[in-house]
Design a protein around this ligand. Structure first.
Ligand SMILES: NC(=O)c1ccc[n+]([C@@H]2O[C@H](COP(=O)([O-])OP(=O)(O)OC[C@H]3O[C@@H](n4cnc5c(N)ncnc54)[C@H](OP(=O)(O)O)[C@@H]3O)[C@@H](O)[C@H]2O)c1
Length: 259
């Protein structure tokens, strides 16, 4: 039992791992024993986060802006070089949103969101298939974990049209890939966070005071905590989660399940 969630000797990539939800996830994977590469658009922020997290384990900074498929290809090459061709876990966490009233919702709100939230994750997975397959076995598959959102599952009235559509897309992409990659010993799952206190939800709170309208429709009546997202990711990345693929897992205080 003690090694069920142990990730010693595993190599993981967490996009957007320098801050927010990605940082919570990267810290969880490091605590479980993995070597973790994180990305951020700004090199100094990426380096500083990796240095801070070095107290928990080996953490490598790979700065990149995932606004183009070429950038995702380049990141894959950096991961290949940093980990010597080994990779056990990809967490596609980097994400972008755009909110606005439907009548004036701009066309420019679509391509960037779809790129970062859907296409870049796909390109990264495609490019890193050889590395994932190299480490994977039927008993211990490689793991791809795509961070979706409850906004891609239920209507949230956030007026973030490209965002919710992109999250529904990454859920479906995860299931599609799970079916195609199961026989290659690669598990693919989507995790759907509800509301967590990050920059993305800053407009819904005043520090710890969360907008009562937001809390009203969360059955557990609070936002999620770092351990609560990290725990699910460590589960999916570890031996404990080796028989789970093609799943869409809500981590949301009951928002999806009790709706
Ligand atoms: N917070 C929530 O309640 C919640 C709920 C559901 C789903 N999610 C999902 O969780 C993930 C993380 O979001 P968050 O809440 O932590 O929000 P956040 O604080 O705004 O973080 C967004 C992350 O995405 C990265 N990112 C954004 N644009 C990027 C780009 N062009 N290239 C590379 N990286 C980029 C950011 O990296 P840098 O800024 O460091 O470059 C940052 O790490 C997203 O996929 C989001 O949709 C969050």
């Amino acid at each position: 039992m003690s090694d069920l969630f142990d990730l010693t000797g595993k190599y993981a990539l967490v996009t957007g791992g320098a801050q927010g939800l990605g940082r919570m996830i990267a810290e969880g994977l490091l605590r479980a024993g993995a070597t973790v590469a994180i990305t951020s658009r700004k090199a100094d922020i990426c380096e500083a986060a990796a240095t801070e997290m070095a107290a928990l384990g080996k953490c490598i900074a790979l700065p990149c802006d995932l606004s183009s498929p070429e950038a995702a290809v380049d990141l894959a090459a950096q991961v290949r070089a940093a980990f010597g061709g080994k990779l056990n876990v990809i967490v596609n966490n980097a994400g972008k949103t755009f909110g606005g009233p439907v009548d004036s919702y701009p066309d420019k709100a679509w391509p960037g969101v779809m790129m970062v939230n859907v296409q870049a994750p796909f390109t990264l997975i495609r490019e890193l298939l050889p590395e994932l397959e190299a480490t994977a076995t039927p008993d211990d598959p490689a793991r791809v974990i795509n961070i979706g959102s409850v906004a891609g599952k239920v209507t949230e009235r956030l007026s973030a049209y490209s965002y919710s559509a992109s999250k529904a897309a990454i859920h479906m992409l995860s299931r599609d890939l799970a079916g195609d990659l199961a026989h290659r010993n690669i598990n693919v799952n989507a995790v759907m966070p509800g509301f967590f206190p990050t920059k993305m939800t800053a407009h819904m709170r005043d520090n710890d005071d969360v907008d009562p309208v937001v809390l009203d429709h969360i059955p557990m009546r609070r936002m999620g905590r770092a351990d609560e997202i990290a725990g699910v990711i460590v589960f999916l990345a570890s031996r404990a989660g080796s028989y789970v693929t093609g799943a869409e897992i809500p981590v949301d205080g009951g928002l999806v399940g009790c709706g």
